[in-house]
Write a protein that binds this ligand. Structure first.
Ligand code: LLP
Length: 433
């Protein structure tokens, strides 16, 4: 989201989902994570519309690792989406939220037997099998429970996208999935086809995250149809579903130039249509797994400014009451963000500052250089586009409680995750003496 697209009141306060962000900060305290739910719904609709126009069968499976809470799964349920989970914890949260089990896919390169049992007991939609041990474990679970389940095979097709560049060999060296080139994928296919409790409905591949070009998805779509043809010729099996994973990039700063969801989807669909026609194969159902693009731009982290350090000749440090515990991405990935002063939206820009967190670590800088109005203690800073992998990767580093999460929509605000208390921090601690 570009800061010029933000709404503000005549008072110069940032407005999120029709609600005054400064009032939110005062009402719930800071640091505070705020989601504009209408923005989430809008993005989902854009993805859907792109598919609808194609006439192809499709599913959009939200990658819940980007942000997974009960309230988020409830919004997904309202929007009739699928979701994918990558742990027993995400699965538990989705089920707790009343999310329909048959719309859940289960990912992961090291699912435990207990997690697979949980998946089978709850009759989830599909287990996306990642490796040979998982085939064995899942078979055991299914036999023990006399159940059957839908599965997909996760493949490493030899394509990966490192944001701007595509790499055609790198993906082979990956901890995820069955390698296609070496024949592991063929072996996995044969094993799964021989297990009658497993209903193989499709294949999956994910080429990376925060991707800005369509080329990688085009390459992947071609590769998946090629694999389908090979399997048709060699094993008389054609996957009904091609799941192309997620990774659609968003704009964190004006250095990022994202392309619309429709451009990605159109390219994926046109490539699949063209390739299947050429090879005489039936049109498959197409699945995608966006995470970041659905929640990233809808999320804002609000902080209160405290102290500042002015160093002659250098940028000042504006210190806020959160930091790497609620958003590890700047420290971990050198991720860039933009921020505004939520109570001074109409004020002129006067300075450039480092926005620093409160964690006891020099690397806890949320934004390296941000143009801002004159910043004073008590001001509310809103960091933009923090909705993906911010709260979901939050920690209690320095024993700071994790922030509260509030959903805003149509002028209303609702607390959806409480702020952790100090008591919460010691809840699991046991005494040693
Ligand atoms: N499907 C699979 C199998 C994935 O591994 C991922 C992300 C997604 C879908 C969703 O990708 P998205 O649409 O959100 O880009 N923590 C990192 C991102 C890690 C992404 C891991 N996999 C970050 O903060 O940038």
């Amino acid at each position: 989201m570009i800061s010029s697209e933000l709404n503000s009141s005549s008072q110069g306060h940032l407005i999120l989902g029709g609600v005054d962000a400064v009032e939110l900060a005062h009402k719930y305290g800071t640091p505070l994570v705020v989601y504009d739910v209408e923005e989430i719904r809008k993005t989902i609709q854009q993805f859907k519309q792109s598919f609808e126009a194609s006439g192809l069968k499709y599913e959009i499976s939200y990658a819940s690792k980007a942000f997974a809470t009960v309230a988020m799964y409830q919004v997904l349920k309202q929007e009739n989406l699928h979701t994918d989970v990558v742990s027993g914890g995400e699965l538990f949260t989705a089920l707790k939220a009343g999310f329909p089990a048959d719309k859940i896919s289960f990912h992961g390169n090291n699912k435990s037997k207990a997690e697979l049992e949980m998946a089978v007991d709850n009759h989830i939609g599909v287990v996306i099998i990642d490796n040979f041990l998982e085939i064995k474990l899942l078979k055991e679970v299914l036999e023990e429970k006399q159940q059957s389940i839908n599965v997909m095979l996760r493949l490493t097709p030899g394509i990966s996208a490192h944001t701007h560049k595509y790499d055609q060999t790198g993906q082979v060296d990956s901890k995820f999935g069955f390698d296609v080139e070496s024949g592991q994928a063929d072996e996995a296919l044969q094993q799964v086809l021989s297990i009658k409790q497993m209903n193989l409905i499709g294949i999956h591949a994910h080429i990376g995250s925060q991707i800005f070009g369509v080329e990688g998805f085009e390459m992947l779509a071609k590769k998946m149809v090629e694999i389908s043809q090979n399997w048709h010729d060699k094993f008389d099996f054609v996957p009904e579903i091609l799941n192309l994973g997620g990774g659609f990039g968003i704009s964190y700063t004006d250095e990022d130039e994202p392309i619309g969801a429709n451009v990605f989807i159109d390219k994926i669909i046109s490539t699949i249509k063209e390739q299947t026609k050429e090879k005489g194969l039936q049109l498959p159902e197409v699945w995608i797994e966006p995470g970041r693009s659905i929640v990233g731009p809808a999320g804002f982290n609000l902080y209160t400014v405290g102290s500042r350090k002015d160093i002659p000749g250098l940028l000042s440090y504006v210190n806020v009451d959160g930091g790497m515990g609620d958003n590890i991405r700047p420290a971990l990935y050198q991720a860039k963000y933009e921020a505004v002063v939520a109570n001074k939206m109409n004020a002129a820009i006067e300075e450039e500052d480092h926005i620093a967190g409160k964690y006891c670590e020099s690397g806890d800088i949320l934004i390296d250089k941000q143009a801002l109005p004159k910043v004073e203690p008590g001001d509310v800073i809103a960091m933009l586009d923090t909705g993906a992998y911010g709260y979901s990767m939050a920690s209690n580093y320095n024993r700071n409680p994790r922030p509260a999460v509030v959903f805003v929509e149509k002028g209303k605000d609702k607390l959806v995750v409480k702020r952790e208390s100090y008591e919460d921090l010691v809840r699991l601690d046991e005494s040693y003496i």
